[in-house]
Design a protein around this ligand. Structure first.
Ligand code: GDP
Ligand code: MG
Length: 441
């Protein structure tokens, strides 16, 4: 199982789309293959993977593009929406039945963040006008009692524990009985090191004894590939009703959590975003997928894709228009083009410039970027700065070094000269335009 990689391989697949010079049917099919591989490796059920990927492929290729939206943006949006549907379209609240006792039992391995999230949950319900109580049923770890007691005290929440008691099942039963008049009773349990058999059995026994309203699995958002194994082990023993992913405040993207969802079929309901008691957030699927795909908050995904393009373009157009244009700059251009689309688009973003490159030039530029990049990579620094020195023997050497033909090297130089000329012309017009108050957008 390569679950940790789920997040990063989905991320790579999406980036491929964002950076590709052209988004066509082939690229979409490649994306679908990457996507399937990532999900299957993460133990997502085959049937679900097929459903998801068929849906993506169909929408990505068949749907008509809304005005102003490129195929690229559309594809990214479709993938994002499919994944969001997978983790749950809408935030799922933790439902508390009013007027009776609701026992919430937290399970998970040691260090996953159970005790911390228990206190955070208590605070969460307290703020919503309910009367929570905390029970420490961790009879394994020394200090567990003190830890939860102090947390409970700091938020003024009723607490039950029995220091020295060895039987967590009996303790849990007594605690739940003690808090018969509390609406939300949060039961913290012990963790051990990993999915030990004895721990799993203990969880089973406690669950049978106190019949919790909901069993909540706490998964450490930073653990990656162990998440699925953990989730599966706990889910076999007890009926995991929901998941809290802790420690999502750092750089963790939470790919493992997605596997946890896949392994249990239980929705994520909260995320822990820090060590403090207030650091608990209701889970928002779109935000989580955005993070998973490495795109921050994806709520405005399409807008973001656009913005990213424009940001690069702004800087880039300025560099292009600044006058000096070497082969090294050209290489840079090729890199940029690959990441954001056709040169025409770059030029069309300069207000007031309606410069049209012949379509044939654009096609050539797009199709040959890679070969040209190899050629440039085979040039010396001197040659890149001063292409005039490229004589027959240098041309021959570069062609051999880059695995291309001499003809192609000469073509590249020709193209370079054409681009330079074009940019000179643009520069002249830019000067005129600079008198007008405009901003590159
Ligand atoms: P337990 O063994 O499962 O009860 O885990 P604890 O609640 O004792 O937490 C283990 C460690 O993780 C502690 O140092 C906590 O402060 C830390 N922790 C828990 N939740 C979060 C979180 O959401 N963010 C961060 N940064 N740390 C957390
Ligand atoms: Mg604990």
């Amino acid at each position: 199982m390569v679950l940790e990689k789920l997040g990063s391989s989905l991320y790579d697949a999406i980036r491929k789309v964002i950076r590709a010079p052209i988004v066509d049917a082939d690229l979409v099919k490649e994306l679908i293959r990457d996507f399937q591989r990532a999900l299957l490796q993460a133990d997502v059920k085959v049937q679900l993977v097929m459903e998801l990927s068929q849906n993506i492929e169909k929408r990505a290729l068949d749907e008509e593009l809304p005005p102003g939206i490129s195929r690229r943006e559309h594809v990214v949006k479709v993938v994002y929406e499919a994944l969001t549907r997978f983790v749950g379209e809408k935030p799922m609240p933790l439902e508390i039945m009013p007027g009776r006792q609701n026992v919430l039992m937290l399970i998970g391995i040691q260090g996953s963040g159970k005790t911390t999230q228990a206190a955070k949950l208590a605070r969460y319900f307290q703020k919503r006008g309910l009367k929570p109580a905390l029970i420490c049923a961790d009879t394994f770890r020394p200090g567990a009692y003190d830890q939860l007691q102090q947390l409970a005290e700091s938020i003024n929440v009723d607490f039950y524990g029995e220091p020295g008691e060895k039987d967590p099942v009996a303790l849990a039963r007594r605690g739940v009985k003690e808090f018969g008049d509390h609406e939300v009773v949060i039961l913290d349990t012990s963790g051990r090191h990993k999915e030990e058999k004895s721990l799993i059995i203990e969880m089973q026994q406690i669950a049978r004894a106190v019949k919790p309203q909901e069993i909540i699995l706490v998964l450490d958002g930073t653990i990656g590939q162990q998440a699925a194994a953990q989730a599966m082990a706990f889910n076999e023993a007890t009926d995991v009703g929901s998941i809290i992913v802790s420690k999502l405040d750092g750089s963790a993207r939470g790919g493992g959590a997605l596997s946890g969802v896949a392994a249990t079929g239980a929705p994520i309901k909260f995320i822990g975003t820090g060590e403090k008691i207030e650091d608990l957030e209701a889970f928002v699927p779109s935000r989580f997928i955005g993070r998973l795909l490495g795109m921050g908050d994806i709520e405005g995904l399409v807008a973001k894709v656009k913005e990213a393009e424009v940001q690069v373009t702004d800087k880039d157009v300025n560099a292009m228009l600044s006058g000096k244009f070497t082969i090294a700059d050209m290489y840079q251009q090729f890199e940029t083009m690959r990441s954001m689309g056709p040169l025409q688009k770059v030029l069309s973003m300069v207000p007031g410039l309606n410069y049209q490159l012949p379509q044939s030039d654009l096609d050539v530029a797009e199709e040959r970027l890679d070969r040209w990049k190899y050629i440039i990579e085979s040039m010396t620094v001197e040659e890149r700065e001063n292409p005039k020195i490229l004589n027959a023997s240098r041309t021959k050497r570069i062609a051999r070094g880059s695995g291309t033909e001499e003809r192609e090297v000469r073509e590249l130089i020709k193209q370079y000269n054409a681009m330079r000329k074009m940019l000179r012309q643009l520069k002249g017009r830019r000067r005129m335009l600079q008198r007008m108050p405009f901003k590159l957008r």
